[in-house]
Ligand binder design. Structure first.
Ligand code: GTP
Ligand code: SPV
Ligand code: MN
Length: 600
């Protein structure tokens, strides 16, 4: 407890004069307090003193463990419940009045039934606990593209993470009071019982109710629940896009910076691409990558017809395993201090450790707190994560704070495709680009509970995150192609093509700049390509492959296209789109049929 926090002891029903002057917010907080019955209410102001007192409390009760202060100052480890380690898509619902508005891509419940079910879970759930009220802003505090929300939670771990991931506290509350509207997110860890766990969204009421999980996207409601599921619904009504995309700036040797937004499914390379460090030869020539965002992108057309994008987040909640000084030195640099690690292993001297970390250390304790035994389980959970402020990233772009956003030159779609899909191709035009996004497929990863490595359709990497019917979502995407629009070029990439030996054919990571260089060349008109029915592919000579040793098999598979395989793929895509029924836009089906014919 500290003097700065505005807290109201033992009077949950009357918030008191110093809470907020916004009646709608006071009323909602009071209503939630009656329902959940906390011992105390704490309005979070985002201050250092408040954070320190929360951290001290979590250290005292074991929610957080202190990491080595010499090597990792002010950094902490959280071990979540072993049954609560990833998003739970089967327990995530979009509750619109009409079932068809949620679409076949979402689980649906009628709003009244969903509220009743959730309120029964929330009843009295905060007895003996503190209820934290977190005002937050998604996006730069002074940007017209930003949107605010308030999360009520009984988890101090959530508060500490929201402080790193969003603009949280007093400035956000001031904006909420000015605007009068905000997304309402109610969260309780409950008993962490997987049988009593639901993540419910009410897009028509700008409301989220999440119960029974303390993990990531289930609990940090600003992230996937607000900035994607609720925001995508809002964006459709207001003429913008809320996407599961990184945003990066690429500075070329001429000193021009082009911004790229890229949608890859969870744990498929967004953080890594957003923080890319080019190989030495490229650096010497003057190439540099700037990080704007690594997970979420909000964009809307500007007056010049281009799409302008902001990163609504203020931090990174990144995948730990595989992060090394070789694969992602920028991420490692962020993690030297002031970071929260969730479900990683630790060394004997209390340094965080995960599979793929190449620092010469060995794990002593695994993510469950047991002595490390590789025969039993990995040291770090495959979905273990770090939370850190974006400002800690050496490549963080000053433009990430620009309230006007950054102009997007290229949109990139991509997934994990072991076969068929080449390294990169360019869509013919916007409609074709929307089809390329809509027909994305990828192998599932540990970011969500369930089987890993199963190929599924994941349109625009939004399968788990679109807050409305995908058919309407594709129509919304198509609608940006208006007279006067100056839309980005659309590309598809695949860093994950495998050879007959089951190994990746493309080196990936820093070498992905080679593909980016080609894409920028296509945008500016300097790079060549070969037209095929699936789009424009670079010939081997159109990409700078200097210094890479690619086998004949790699070259054939990365830069070739297989007509028969694509014919079958396009037919499967047609079946997938038609499954959505009459709401699927005709323009997208026409495009799919056109490509099938040209492959014929
Ligand atoms: P979310 O935060 O879940 O949305 O994921 P993300 O898309 O940001 O994924 P991230 O960049 O954290 O990558 C996840 C995994 O993909 C890690 O194990 C990386 O090592 C691996 N990865 C990223 N980029 C590449 C690449 O270019 N090639 C290969 N082979 N693996 C990659
Ligand atoms: C993802 O799963 O896409 C993530 C992590 O970025 S979470 O915040 O849990 O959604
Ligand atoms: Mn994500």
């Amino acid at each position: 407890m500290n003097a700065i926090s505005k807290e109201i002891d033992r009077s949950p029903i009357a918030p008191g004069p110093d809470a907020t002057r916004l009646k709608a917010l006071n009323d909602w907080v009071a209503e939630v307090a009656v329902l959940t019955g906390p011992d105390r209410i704490q309005w979070c102001d985002g201050s250092d003193a408040e954070n320190k007192s929360l951290i001290d409390g979590m250290l005292a009760d074991g929610t957080l463990l202190k990491l080595n202060e010499q090597t990792h100052p002010n950094s902490f480890l959280h071990r979540s419940d072993p049954d609560d380690v990833a998003r739970v898509e089967h327990l995530t619902f979009v509750c619109t009045a009409q079932e068809d508005d949620a679409g076949p891509n979402n689980h649906w419940l009628a709003p009244a039934e969903a509220h009743a079910r959730m309120d029964a879970l929330f009843k009295g759930c905060m007895a003996g606990r503190t209820m934290y009220v977190i005002p937050y802003c998604m996006g730069p505090i002074d940007s017209p593209l930003s949107r605010c929300g308030v999360e009520i939670t009984d988890s101090p771990y959530v508060v500490a993470n929201m402080r790193l991931m969003t603009r949280m506290g007093a400035p956000a509350l001031a904006r909420i009071e000015r605007e009068g509207t905000f997304v309402k997110g109610l969260h309780s860890t409950g008993e962490l019982d997987p049988e009593r766990r639901f993540i419910m969204h009410f897009p028509e009421e700008l409301t989220i109710k999440s119960f029974g999980s303390g993990y990531g996207g289930n609990a940090l409601l600003g992230k996937k629940c607000h900035a994607l599921r609720i925001a995508s619904h809002q964006a459709r009504g207001e003429g913008w896009l809320a996407e599961h995309m990184l945003i990066l700036g690429v500075e070329n040797p001429q000193g021009e910076t082009h911004y790229i937004a890229a949608a890859f499914p969870s744990a498929c390379g967004k953080t890594n691409l957003a923080m890319l460090i080019p190989p030495q030869g490229y650096r010497d020539a003057g190439w540099k990558v700037w990080t704007v965002g690594d997970d979420i992108c909000w964009m809307r057309p500007g007056e010049d017809g281009r799409l302008y994008a902001i990163n609504p987040e203020a931090g990174f909640f990144g995948v730990a395993p595989g992060t090394s000084s070789k694969s992602n030195p920028n991420a490692l640099a962020c993690l030297q201090r002031d970071a929260i690690f969730t479900n990683v292993g630790v060394t004997a001297d209390n340094q965080p450790w995960w599979e793929g970390l190449d620092n010469g250390q060995q794990p002593a304790t695994d993510w469950r707190g047991e002595p490390y035994d590789p025969a039993k389980r990995p040291a770090a959970h495959p979905n273990s994560r770090f939370t850190v402020s974006a400002k800690a990233c050496p490549s963080y772009s000053p433009e990430a704070e620009n309230p006007a956003g950054v102009p997007i030159s290229a949109i990139v779609f991509g997934g994990r495709r072991a076969s068929l899909v080449p390294l990169v191709f360019e869509a013919r035009d916007w409609t074709h680009g929307v089809l390329v996004g809509a027909s994305m497929g990828s192998e599932t990863t540990a970011a969500a509970a369930g089987a890993v490595g199963v190929m599924r359709r994941d349109p625009m990497a939004m399968k788990p995150f679109c807050g409305y019917n995908f058919a309407d979502y594709f129509a919304h995407w198509l609608s940006f192609d208006t007279p006067g629009a100056n839309l980005p070029k659309v590309f598809h990439v695949n860093w994950f093509r495998k050879g007959d030996d089951g190994k990746f054919l493309w080196p990936g990571f820093g070498d992905n700049i080679r593909v980016i260089e080609w894409m920028i060349g296509r945008v500016t008109g300097s790079a060549r390509a070969v037209e095929t029915p699936i789009g424009a592919l670079p010939g081997e000579d159109d990409l700078d492959l200097d210094g890479l040793e690619l086998t004949g098999e790699a070259r054939a598979k990365l830069f070739g296209y297989e007509r028969d395989g694509w014919h079958a793929e396009l037919q499967a895509i047609g079946d997938y789109l038609r499954d959505y029924g009459p709401r699927m836009p005709r323009g997208l089906l026409d495009e799919q049929e056109r490509i099938v014919r040209s492959l014929g």
